[in-house]
Ligand binder design. Sequence first.
Ligand SMILES: [Zn+2]
Length: 231
Amino acid sequence: MDIAQRTPTPEDLDTLSRQLGRPVRDVVEIGARCVCGNPLVATTAPRLGNGIPFPTTYYLTHPVITSAVSRLEAAGVMTEMTERLSRDPELALAYRGAHEAYLQARSEIGARSGVGDVPEIAGVSAGGMPDRVKCLHVLVGHSLAAGPGVNPLGDEALELIAEWWTRERCYCAGAWDVQGQAPARDLSRHTRTQGLSPEELDAKRAARQDRRPAAEPAGNHELSRNEEDAQ
Ligand SMILES: [Zn+2]
């Protein structure tokens, strides 16, 4: 996408918040769009506004895609892919290439967004790359942002969800609530943790862990603490 298409508009940020059901923060670009123009992938800078390094650049936001990818994960696709990586050198090499491409793209996003280099996460990508598959949402987000031929396992996962979602058509109608107010920015956790000391933040996180429901919600599941603070 060219820079005009990548730049998030206020409408894009509103749509992202509706898609995720929570306010988004630190989104610097739209990584991929539906044929109708709606965001599919939110691109986050490698360092958040609060200074925390953030390795996961591409976040899948479209509910139709996230739930389709969750179905693959529930069916054991990640284990099967990780096994294949250990016995298929050609696939392993291509997947390592995806890892390198991810790091390169993140570095470029860091430069474009004014964040610059983030040495704390140098060489660290996401989703289990370069030799495991730990989050298919990450790989699919990468494939959608980079286009076909960059992330072999993200591309494969996209083929596997073709009965529920394809690049060629719009699946947005009814996929998220378009009525009423978008989730409010000033209610985000991130805002409420501004200005706290590290000890106070730890205490807040501990309290949050206790409140967390036992079952993980569907969608992007591999959220680090940093990501939770960011999203
Ligand atoms: Zn659409």
